[in-house]
Write a protein that binds this ligand. Structure first.
Ligand code: PGA
Length: 249
């Protein structure tokens, strides 16, 4: 596990974008796993800037997002489909047919989960998975208590997650109660993982992730079992770590 500690979210975004760009340039057919939320926004912005300035090509890249709300169409401004289009896809030369998110408006969400898993396998699996970290330790929408052997599945969102995400909606009652998320085992199968952690509100959970017991109660602790993971965290996020953990290894 490598830990890169950077000053702030700007530096985090720059470093994360550099790693993604390097990967895409080296392997133009890269399969990227993507995350939404506030943390990767700056990273996507840097990818767009680099595309404008340096023309890094995404023509042969395939992407799979971690999750999507059940019940929101891609036209809904709060859907992750909309988020990805607005913040990244529309501004780079990626083929929209090669960008995948779970379908939250299929007739049977459980069938959509199986289809998503099949699609990931068909694409040869995820090369590089970008992850954010929930304040409760979730990864994707895998809330505390999710089995480490879970595959893509339908979840009921924890109240704390709905509250955290309500800042994007008109009111808490507008936040969907269900989502489809890649499972923890699905995420762990990515050949490389890049975990982005920013801000003081993540400091306590990051300490649990790095120094606590590996437990399904804190889903992200499973990442310590991944053989190729890099964490980029800013100074505010590493505030609660002991010295030992702050040393890159
Ligand atoms: P955030 O969300 O990037 O908006 O903090 C991360 C997450 O909940 O996974």
């Amino acid at each position: 596990m490598k830990i890169n500690i950077v000053k702030n979210i700007d530096e985090l975004s720059l470093l994360a974008a550099r790693k993604i760009i390097e990967r895409v340039r080296k392997q133009p057919t890269t399969v990227l796993g993507l995350a939404t939320g506030s943390t990767p926004l700056g990273t996507y912005y840097k990818l767009v800037q680099d595309y404008r300035d340096n023309k890094t090509s995404y023509k042969h890249v395939t992407t799979f997002n971690l999750d999507e709300y059940v019940g929101l169409t891609s036209a809904d401004q709060n859907s992750y489909n909309y988020y990805m289009r607005e913040h990244l896809f529309k501004s780079i030369n990626i083929n929209p047919n090669q960008t995948f998110l779970p379908n939250g408006v299929g007739i049977d969400p459980a069938i959509e989960c199986d289809k998503y898993e099949a699609k990931i396998s068909e694409s040869g699996g995820i090369d590089l998975q970008i992850l954010g970290l929930g304040e409760n330790g979730h990864i994707g929408f895998n809330e505390p208590g999710t089995s480490f052997s879970s595959r893509t599945h339908v979840v009921s969102l924890a109240e704390s997650t709905r509250e955290a995400n309500s800042r994007y909606f008109n009111s808490l009652s507008d936040v969907p109660t269900k989502a489809i998320t890649m499972g923890i085992e699905t995420i762990m199968e990515a050949r490389e993982v890049l975990l982005l952690v920013s801000g003081e509100r993540k400091a306590k959970v990051l300490r649990e992730v790095l120094e606590g017991t590996i437990t399904e109660k804190v889903p992200a602790t499973v990442l310590r079992n991944h053989s190729n993971i890099t964490i980029i965290a800013d100074e505010a996020a590493v505030k609660c770590l002991t010295k030992h953990c702050q040393i890159s290894s």
